[in-house]
Design a protein around this ligand. Structure first.
Ligand code: 1GP
Length: 272
């Protein structure tokens, strides 16, 4: 598959769907085996995409091992569930998509990559530098790029610090509108509003509403979303995807994680 719009982009950008949930797995925080167990629990709970990445330092070998373990795990469980008429079929096609912290943490095994510009970074490295370093790898490995504008809102957390972001404040609606419009003008498919992993407060609903009203892009929201109520608020404000990271890392038991994520997803979209 080549080109900017491929099968995974079509799936991710299908805005006719109700708000969907994706889990973010940081390969720096867990072994590939644990990552695979968590991804399986998430997909079984109803998560529709597995993002792999984060703002911590790690290398390509670790990212690749994590992506491979997740893909193999999902395929195995999907096959097993297809043999058992009593269980819901787990879709092995749940895409495993890179959400890279930089050009050195890429995997050729991923289904796609969010090829992102950190639009409110003050450092050219995150506007075009890392992307230029990573593009030859993406092309050679034939990973489907999904162009994404990434904007970090206060408090921003580690992503904001590492990315040297000029954080968007909760009252800066004009600014978020302009960024969303710029992302659309660039031809990006996705626009991601990030509060930072572990944020005490998720992205302000008014910022989400403004971004939603300002562009036709698929809107992702993440950072500090820890329960169904927060996920619901972001969904109601217009998010197409809710991303959660930290909460998955709090569960060592995969069944507990599955139950917790299923409850979050149910509360996010009570009618679907
Ligand atoms: C991913 O920042 C989000 O972009 C994840 O945030 O870890 O707070 O869910 P949490």
């Amino acid at each position: 598959m080549t080109g900017a719009v491929g099968l995974v982009a079509d799936y991710v950008c299908d805005r006719a769907q109700p708000t969907r949930h994706a889990i973010l797995i940081d390969p720096a925080d867990q072994s590939p085996e644990v990552a695979a167990k968590r991804a399986i629990a998430a997909a079984t709970a109803g998560s529709k995409m597995i993002l792999v990445g984060g703002s911590s330092d790690t290398d390509g070998a670790n990212v690749d091992a994590t992506v491979l373990a997740i893909k193999e795990g999902l395929e195995l469980v999907s096959w097993a569930s297809s043999q058992d008429s009593d269980t819901d079929n787990l879709n092995s096609k749940t895409p495993v998509v890179l959400f890279p912290q930089g050009s050195s943490a890429l995997s050729p095994s991923a289904d796609a990559i969010t090829f992102m510009m950190l639009m409110n970074s003050t450092d050219p490295r995150f506007l075009i530098g890392e992307q230029t370093l990573g593009a030859p790898f993406v092309k050679k490995a034939n990973i489907e790029p999904i162009p994404m504008g990434y904007a970090i809102c206060a408090p921003g957390g580690k992503a904001g610090e590492v990315g040297k972001a000029d954080l968007i404040l909760s009252n800066e609606t004009d600014r978020v509108a302009a960024l969303a419009m710029a992302a659309e003008c660039f031809g990006f498919n996705l626009f991601y509003l990030e509060a930072g992993s572990g944020a005490a407060k998720p992205v302000d609903s008014q910022l989400i509403r403004t971004a939603r009203a300002s562009c036709e892009l698929t809107l992702l929201v993440g950072g500090g979303i820890r329960d169904g109520k927060a996920a619901r608020a972001a969904a109601e404000a217009g998010a197409d995807w809710i991303i959660t990271g930290n909460i998955a890392e709090e569960f060592d038991d995969a069944d507990e994680l599955q139950r917790s994520l299923a409850a979050l997803i149910e509360a996010m979209n009570p009618q679907s």
